[in-house]
Design a protein around this ligand. Structure first.
Ligand SMILES: NC(=O)c1ccc[n+]([C@@H]2O[C@H](COP(=O)([O-])OP(=O)(O)OC[C@H]3O[C@@H](n4cnc5c(N)ncnc54)[C@H](OP(=O)(O)O)[C@@H]3O)[C@@H](O)[C@H]2O)c1
Length: 305
């Protein structure tokens, strides 16, 4: 199949694009600069020049593709509005990358025992309302003859296999701990579901091949509190597993206001449908193992050397 991937130079899109190539697909990737286009070409991905705002090229590329995967900006309604009508009535696959932060709340590092699965209604915080509205619009496109799918990954970790191999959350926590103290927002009792990047890439491939129109999937294989993640970072950096509480206002000043609904929140979901409907069988190493003994340790060692 010929598959258009937006975000093909990014962490998720890059890994998904690589997995698609491995499975024998022809991948076309949106590239917003010549160096980005060159890096895609080098990997066997056909670049198409443009940004998410260049609707003409994007729409032409979508029409010319057998399937489209949007892995660029989960909160951008306009790209979805531009692409979906191009696929209307074709039965082609459209996969929208969303994220499990749609269930996040302002928890300031405290534990919340609320767990979501695909059929649990979500009432998002205002910051996440657009993302949920986009997801709903994508799912509704099934009624217009699009085999539309929404995937909500949780905290993704591990080294990607595409152009950009590094995710955001864990590397940022490691970065701040390099100052000598591993921190978590508040008491760090808040819990995030998580999933290894290679399992995420497998899920996209399965969804492309088998997902029924109008499917929503969470991508999750375990969960961990931010405190246990910080403790693993501390051990990995030789800080003896010691961590410190971090008042949310201070964390947000360093990590940005998004820290409230990421590092300070709970985002606990179960990927029931991916396992049941698609037979998804995630196998990646656990988050805590990956931090202490996996690629993050290697990266840190290389930087130290
Ligand atoms: N990583 C996670 O753990 C995670 C979990 C759940 C959901 N998500 C969501 O999934 C999406 C992708 O995440 P990611 O971690 O893969 O991000 P990323 O590594 O930053 O990649 C973003 C990709 O989108 C492209 N892009 C951004 N703005 C663009 C624009 N205006 N026009 C064209 N291309 C554009 C980037 O291109 P350039 O290379 O040119 O910058 C890059 O290829 C995000 O919306 C994120 O919030 C991420």
């Amino acid at each position: 199949m010929k598959i258009l991937v937006t975000g093909a130079t990014g962490y998720i899109g890059g890994s998904v694009a690589t997995r698609l190539l491995e499975a024998g697909h022809h991948v076309v990737g949106l590239a917003r600069s010549e160096p980005a286009a060159a890096s895609l070409r080098q990997r066997g991905i056909e670049p198409v020049a443009g940004t998410l705002n260049d609707y003409g090229p994007l729409q032409r590329a979508a029409r010319a593709a057998d399937a489209v995967i949007n892995a660029a900006q989960a909160d951008n309604p306009f790209v979805v509005l531009a692409i979906l009508p191009q696929l209307s009535g074709t039965g082609k696959v459209f996969i929208q990358t969303s994220g499990s932060s749609v269930v996040s709340t302002y928890d300031n590092g405290e534990y919340v025992d609320r767990v979501f699965h695909e059929d649990t209604p979500v009432t998002p915080m205002p910051e996440k309302a657009t993302r949920v509205a986009i997801d709903e619009q994508v799912l509704r496109a099934a009624l217009d003859g699009v085999r539309s799918v929404v995937i909500r990954p949780t905290l993704i970790y591990g080294r990607g296999i595409g152009v950009d191999s590094s995710s955001v959350q864990i590397p940022r926590l490691i970065e701040q701990a390099l100052g000598g103290v591993a921190r978590h927002v508040g008491r760090g009792l808040n819990v995030w579901s998580n999933v290894h990047i290679s399992d995420v890439a497998d899920l996209y491939l399965l969804a492309l091949e088998h997902a029924p129109a109008g499917s929503l999937f969470y991508a999750e294989n375990s969960e961990a509190s931010m405190k246990t993640a910080a403790e693993a970072i501390s051990r990995m950096l030789g800080l003896g597993g010691r961590t410190e509480d971090w008042p949310i206002e201070e964390a947000a000043a360093v990590l940005g206001p998004g820290a409230h609904l990421t590092f300070g929140s709970n985002s606990r979901v179960r990927a029931l449908k991916a396992r049941k409907v698609l037979g998804w069988d995630p196998k990646g190493p656990s988050l805590l193992h990956e931090i202490e003994h996996g690629t993050y340790k290697d990266q840190h060692r290389r930087r130290d050397a």
